[in-house]
Design a binder for this molecule. Structure first.
Ligand SMILES: [Zn+2]
Length: 45
């Protein structure tokens, strides 16, 4: 799973098994999951 740190906005990869999730750079505890990009194709006329 990939997360972004809320503070420094770096991308961090964690395994699912880990309970404690912290940003290794700033030590921030607030991490946001990176959602897979959903691209919608719309026909433009
Ligand atoms: Zn951070």
């Amino acid at each position: 799973m990939e997360y972004t740190c809320f503070n420094c906005r770096k991308i961090i990869e964690f395994e699912k098994k880990l309970r404690k999730i912290r940003c290794p750079w700033c030590g921030g505890k607030i991490l946001m999951k990176i959602k897979p990009k959903i691209v919608k194709k719309i026909k433009a006329r």
